[in-house]
Design a protein around this ligand. Structure first.
Ligand code: FAD
Length: 308
């Protein structure tokens, strides 16, 4: 017999891509679901920040879609003009040679617009920090923690969730949005910078977004981020200098920085989620750390909940 899901009340903590994909699938399956996020906007690390009146992507640099469900989701965004194939070619330094890989997808309105799309019509409550699992579990049939493990640990979760969360290790990143007076660099989509003391990647945000704005976004190494977690703005000029040297840019950019204390999980799980009774944990630490994994992890929790 099918469950009467309209009487099932589920709280999702976290309106990143994992929490939103979970909530979307639950709502589509007929459950009542509330999403709580401490931030002022949805998206989490799928983040776009307004700088000089335009959005720059400061978290995830692009999407890769190679799992059928996420391919269908990406094609749905493409059909509605929200996502577009960006490039399959990124540069690799040292050396500066172009390297072909999977198609990377970008969003003309900034990647956060994809999270906004998933959130459409859902009961999402922003600026709502959750301080413990106990505070939200009362009256709910299930609580889904769609947050990085260290953030889940702060919520005094039950033992199996605490153990899964504690087994994750994370690296920080500082992102710098570099706005130049004009585009002076040779054609570039983006670059991986290996063995560099401060710079890990740099992407051409104007190329990615398709508006040709003279904006590059640099991501730091974990080492530089760890040194400047308390004062991320201090890493901005360091990143700007490294990008200038790498790409031969002499102009000084306007620099805005953003700190990601939990940017990338290093140690990930092969399971799609963790569970302890009515409490679940999902996100990009459940597989290869990327947007697709977070989306799939949230969907997997929803499928398990809907299956009863
Ligand atoms: C610098 C950087 C570069 C990246 N590059 C790429 C890339 O190129 N391609 C790619 O596929 N992926 C990339 N990623 C990874 C990608 O962004 C993540 O895999 C994905 O966005 C994770 O989604 P999530 O929902 O699991 O977690 P998150 O996006 O972290 O969402 C968690 C949410 O929970 C909320 N939250 C936390 N604690 C609480 C609380 N106590 N109460 C309420 N709300 C809470 C947070 O505000 C946040 O909105 C990158 C990430 C970073 C940081």
């Amino acid at each position: 017999m099918a469950l009467n899901l309209s009487f099932v009340d589920i709280v999702v903590v976290g309106a990143g891509i994992a929490g939103l994909s979970c909530a979307r699938a639950l709502a589509d399956g007929g459950a009542r679901v509330r999403v709580l996020d401490r931030g002022r906007v949805v998206g989490g690390r799928l983040a776009s920040r307004r700088v000089n009146g335009r959005y720059a992507d400061i978290g995830a640099a692009y999407l890769v879609a190679d799992e059928p469900g996420f391919v269908a989701q990406t094609e749905s965004w493409q059909a509605r003009g929200l996502a577009r194939p960006w490039t399959d070619t990124l540069r690799v330094y040292p050396g500066g040679t172009d390297s072909r890989g999977p198609v990377r997808w970008a969003a003309p309105g900034g990647l956060r617009s994809l999270a906004t799309d998933l959130a459409d019509g859902l009961d999402v409550r922003l600026s709502t920090p959750v301080d413990s699992v106990d505070s939200v579990v009362q009256g709910a049939d299930a609580v889904v923690l769609a947050v990085p493990g260290p953030q889940a640990l702060r919520l005094s979760p039950p033992p199996a969730i605490a153990s899964a969360a504690a087994s994750q290790t994370w690296r920080p990143v500082i992102a710098a949005v570099l706005t130049y007076p004009e585009r002076t660099w040779a054609r570039l989509h983006g670059a991986f910078v290996n063995d560099h003391p401060v710079l890990a990647t740099v992407c051409d945000d104007g190329d990615r977004r398709g508006d040709a704005a003279p904006v590059l976004v640099a991501h730091s190494t974990a080492e530089l981020a760890a040194e400047h977690l308390d004062a991320p703005a201090e890493a901005g000029p360091v990143l700007a200098a490294a990008v200038g040297e790498l790409l031969g840019i002499t102009a000084s950019p306007q620099v805005e920085t953003h700190r990601w204390t939990y940017a990338q999980p290093e140690k990930t799980s092969e399971a799609p989620y963790a569970r302890d009774g009515q409490v679940w944990l999902c996100g990009d630490a459940f597989g290869r750390p990327r947007v697709q994994t977070a989306w799939l992890s949230g969907r997997a929790v929803a499928a398990a909940l809907l299956a009863g």
